[in-house]
Design a protein around this ligand. Sequence first.
Ligand code: EPU
Length: 430
Amino acid sequence: MAKIIINGPAKLKGSVKIEGSKNAALPIISATLLTRGKTTLSNVPEIEDVRNMLRIIEELGGTVEIARNNVVTIDTTKINGREPNRILVRRMRASILLVGPLLARNGKVNLPSPGGCFIGNRPLDAHFKALSKMGATVSENNDTYSIKAQKLIGTEITLNEMSVTATENIIMAAVLAEGSTTIKLAAVESHVQDLCRFLNKMGAKIEGIGTHELFIRGVKELLPINYRIISDEIEAGTYIIAAAATNGEVVIENIEPEKMNYSFLQKLKEANVNFKTDKNSITIEKSSHLRPVKIWTAPAPHFPTDLQAPFAILATLANGSSYIHESMYEGRLNYLKELKKMGANATIADQHRAIIVGPTTLYGKKITTLDLRAGATLIIAALIAEGESTILNAEIIDRGYQNIVEKLTSLGAKITRLEEKKGAASGTTC
Ligand code: EPU
C-alpha cells in the first residue's frame, strides 16, 4: 500500500517525457506469443501492468530481458504453457489479451477469470462470441474459461460494441487463421492501430487500419522483429491537463500529436487551454481563463473515457457549468465524490452523468483512489488545492504512470510518496 502526499497549490514548469503506451504495450507483448524467437520492443513503459504481463510470459516458458531505456526482449521459442498464472491474471483485466495469441499458438487456453472491476461492468461476450464464430469452443468452470479450437477459421465478425480488447483479441486470433477475417465495428483507438502495425511488420496481412472495418488475410507464420511502441496519449493528456490546471508552462515530449485522439485536443481548445503542437511534442502555455465544456465519452475517435476524470479538474476551474456524460463505464464518476470533499461543486445525476459548476477553490484533504485514472485525477486535484492532500491506495497509479512522483517533482510540485506496511493489493485491476 502506498500513499501520496501533495502540498498545493503548484504551478508546473519545465518539460516531461511521455513513456510508451500502456494499452499498446499490453497487446503487443501478448502478440509476441504468435511467433517463435526473439522480439525486441522499445519505448516499453516501466509500469506494473507491463511487469505483470511480462511475468505471465515468463511463467508460460518465455524468456524476458529488460534492458535500460525501456527496451525489452522477449524470447517465445520455448513457450509451452497453456494456463497463465492465476494470481497474475487476476491482477490485470488486460490478461484477457492472452486468449487470442495462445489459442492461435496452442489450440487451447485456460484463462482464470480476469475478474470484476471498480469502474463498472465490462462484458467479455464480444471476445467469446467472435472466437466461437472462428471455430473455438468456450466453456467456464471453477472461475476459469477454457477456450479450444482445433483450427481457427477466418469469417465475418460484427462486434456488438467497439470493444478495444475484443478487437485486439480477434485480430491476434485471425492473423494466423485459415482464410480471411473481416471485423466490422472494430475499435480504432491509437493502440489498436499500433498492434496492427506491429503484426504487419511481423508478416501479418491486415488492411483497413484506423477504420471500423478490418480485413485480415491469415498467413502461415509471423517472424520476430524489433518494434518501437507508440507513446501514451493518456499519459500525455494527463500531464497536459495537470499543466493547464496549474496555469503552468510545460513541454510534453516524446508524443506525436498527430496520433493522438483529436476529440481530446479539440476539447482542450474549447476549454481555452493554451497549447501548441510540434511533430514530437506539445507545449502548454499559461491557461488562466478556462471555459466550461460538454464532454461525451465514447469509443474513438470520440472523447476517450480514460481522460474523462482528469478533464473534470479543468471544469472545477472554468467559469460556468460543465456537463460530463460518461457513456461507457458505470463506475467512472466515483472520483467526483472525492473532489466534492475537496470543495468541488459537482452533482452526480446518475451513474453516467454529472454537472460541475466552477470556478471553485479546492482544499487539501485525505482522499482515496479507486482506479488508475481516478488516481491521476486526484493527483491533479491535489496539485491545484490549497494545503496538504493525502491520496490513499496510490499504488493503483503505478499500473499506468511510470515515475509520476519523480516527474511531477521535476516540474516543481511538492509531492512525496510513502510506502505503508505491505498488504493485499487493492482489489482487481482494470
Ligand atoms: N463500451 C460501450 N460501447 C462501445 C464499446 C465499449 O459502451 O461501443 C463500454 C463497454 O461495455 C465497457 C467499456 O465501454 O463497459 C469499455 O469497453 P472495452 O471492451 O472497449 O474496454 P476494454 O477493451 O476492456 C480498453 C482499455 C481501457 C479503456 C477501454 C475503453 C486496455 C488494456 N484497456 O479496455 O483502459 O478504458 O478500452 O477505451 O486497452 C485504462 O487504461 O485505465 C483502461 C481502463
